[in-house]
Design a protein around this ligand. Structure first.
Ligand code: A2R
Length: 317
């Protein structure tokens, strides 16, 4: 069988690029690809890291059948256009849940116990002159998870071990989940003093955490965002942090990556990370493997392993 032509949107880990090169005739978009070559492309490896995949690109790819995304979130892909063109889209659901959940707990504790500030204090030689100020605590807190999906549940499993109360919000109450459900983010915020956002990005979750939610969270409230920057109204968050109407925030994602507002950088009640939720070597390797396997499964069997719900393709069993 001739190897299908696959377009790669942006550089991926070397082991993933090697696997793509083994299975397909690979074209690297960032190196420039002629239109007659693009017209042969049947598959695409996309990634959140590569920026948006829009209809103007699809228009140059008339033979495109499948987009395999490197990442579980696929808000980088114009799904309306993809569905209209009958494209199959896959993500890397499942293989990064535990890694992102680990990072979330690390960010939560770093924010509450002020771990980065404490380390700076020691490195700056200030310990000789006195002890680091007492920090807030996770003890006695109630944690609200916005989006109790694969990653949200992995976070909840960890939090069970920390002896804190847990509640959640999603569009629907989950029958098999014992944690209390709240029908709105604002109601959840009113009942909790930690909020963790782990929903998909895109239009339906844009500014789900806004000024009203932050006001409901209250002056002892802590917001952790490990989902997408668009989920939080960043201007409202900055205002709340500056005014002290919430206590602190830990952010792994931002509205405009990689452009973090100066106003956030100037605050000392935030912990800011450069979108590293899934960014360990082993997990990025697993994501790359699943992305390649999805392309291979599509071309060999017409049944990808982890299609996203919008494409209505049954996964292979
Ligand atoms: O709403 P539900 O009951 O379908 O629950 C899903 C929830 N969710 C939402 N909650 C409130 N408003 C929305 N508009 C909304 N849309 C979805 O988010 C579900 O509990 C959760 C998503 O779960 P999974 O599909 O299993 O996603 P996973 O793997 O946990 O990843 C979540 C996101 C990714 O899309 C990336 O943006 C980020 O985490 O890494």
């Amino acid at each position: 069988m001739t190897r299908p032509d696959v377009l790669v949107a942006a550089p991926l880990p070397p082991v993933t690029m090697a696997a793509l090169d083994d299975a397909f005739v690979v074209h690297r978009l960032w190196e420039g690809v002629a239109d007659d070559v693009l017209s042969r492309v049947r598959g695409m490896a996309a990634s959140t890291l590569a920026g948006p995949v829009r209809d103007d690109l699809f228009a140059r790819l008339p033979a495109l059948e499948v987009i395999a995304n490197f990442g579980v979130g696929y808000d980088n892909i114009d799904m309306v256009a993809a569905v209209a063109r009958g494209l199959v889209v896959t993500n890397t659901a499942g293989v990064l849940d535990e890694e992102v959940a680990d990072l979330t707990i690390g960010l939560l504790l770093a924010t509450l116990r002020r771990i980065p500030a404490a380390e700076r204090f020691l490195r700056d030689g200030l310990w000789r002159d006195g002890n680091f100020p007492l920090s807030p605590s996770l003890r006695g807190r109630r944690v609200g998870i916005i989006g109790l999906g694969g990653i949200g549940k992995a976070i909840a499993r960890r939090l069970d071990g920390f002896a804190v109360d847990i509640a959640y919000h999603g569009r629907t109450r989950q029958g098999d989940v014992g944690y209390p459900w709240y029908p709105s983010v604002e109601a959840l915020a009113g009942a909790c003093d930690v909020l963790i956002a782990i929903v998909p990005g895109g239009a339906s979750t844009r500014h789900l955490v806004d000024a009203r939610v932050l006001a409901a969270l209250g002056p002892q409230g802590v917001l952790i965002n490990v989902s997408r920057g668009t989920v939080v109204d960043e201007a409202a968050l900055i205002a709340a942090l500056q005014a002290g109407t919430i206590l602190a925030s830990g952010l792994d994602v931002f509205e405009r990556e990689h452009d973090v507002p100066e106003a956030l950088l100037a605050l000392d009640n935030v912990v800011l990370l450069p979108h590293i939720g899934s960014a360990s070597a082993i997990t990025r390797q697993a994501m790359g493997r699943l992305m390649v396997d999805n392309l291979v499964a599509w071309f060999e069997t017409g049944r990808p392993l982890t299609p996203v719900p919008e494409t209505r393709i049954m996964p292979s069993s």
